[in-house]
Design a protein around this ligand. Structure first.
Ligand code: GAR
Length: 193
């Protein structure tokens, strides 16, 4: 069984899609959701889904406690689904080529520190872009800079607000993210049933 761990900071809609998706597969499953914000929506979702939850803070991330927990849980693949902290270099080294991030824009544009959620959509609209989308990429020790895996595009429409653009982006994420994570599982660990 390929053991997938998720890190999330927010509402957790993508984390939930991943849990649902892999619950239908015989050879991979989400075994842990880690969260750095006790009040985040993903906490309730983890409870409702019956997935073990690991709450931590920035200090535990920097001290290596999060890395030890993930290794102790024998996580094979770490998926960032709306996780807003930088992944420390030691954690990147401990999971070489095995951490995946989801970003709500077409990197390399509109990435980097502070570029998350509505900040990204506001910046895309302020720049007058006619299209946006999502980027799924491997994680290195810099924000949003690791090797790209896949991108999916959608239009920015006249009359859009950051909220309506966010909805379109979320729809893309919910459709494609679980599928791409499954492709990576297959690439790294062989076909799953
Ligand atoms: C998603 O849109 C994801 O792309 C974004 O946070 C949202 C989380 O939504 N990630 C980033 O901005 C990372 N820089 P969710 O909590 O409903 O899955």
């Amino acid at each position: 069984m390929v053991r997938i761990g998720i890190l999330a900071s927010g509402n957790g809609s993508n984390a939930q899609r991943l849990v649902d998706h892999f619950s239908r597969h015989a050879k991979a499953e989400v075994v842990l959701i880690g969260c750095d914000r006790p009040g985040a929506g993903v906490v309730q979702r983890a409870w409702d889904l019956g997935v073990p939850l690991f709450l931590f803070n920035g200090g535990q991330m920097r001290s290596g406690a999060v890395q030890r927990e993930l290794q102790g849980q024998r996580i094979d693949l770490l998926v960032l689904a709306g996780f807003l902290r930088l992944i420390p270099a030691d954690l990147v080294k401990a999971f070489p080529g095995r951490i995946i991030n989801l970003h709500p824009a077409l990197l390399p544009k509109f990435g980097g520190k502070g570029m998350f959620g509505q900040h990204v959509h506001r910046a895309v609209m302020a720049a007058g872009e006619q299209e946006s989308g999502i980027t799924i990429h491997f994680v290195d020790e810099h924000y949003d800079e690791g090797e790209p895996i896949a991108q999916f595009r959608c239009p920015v429409l006249p009359g859009d607000t950051p909220g309506t653009l966010a909805e379109r982006i979320h729809a893309l994420e919910h459709t494609y993210f679980p599928q791409v994570v499954e492709e990576i599982v297959t690439r790294l660990f062989g076909p799953i049933g």
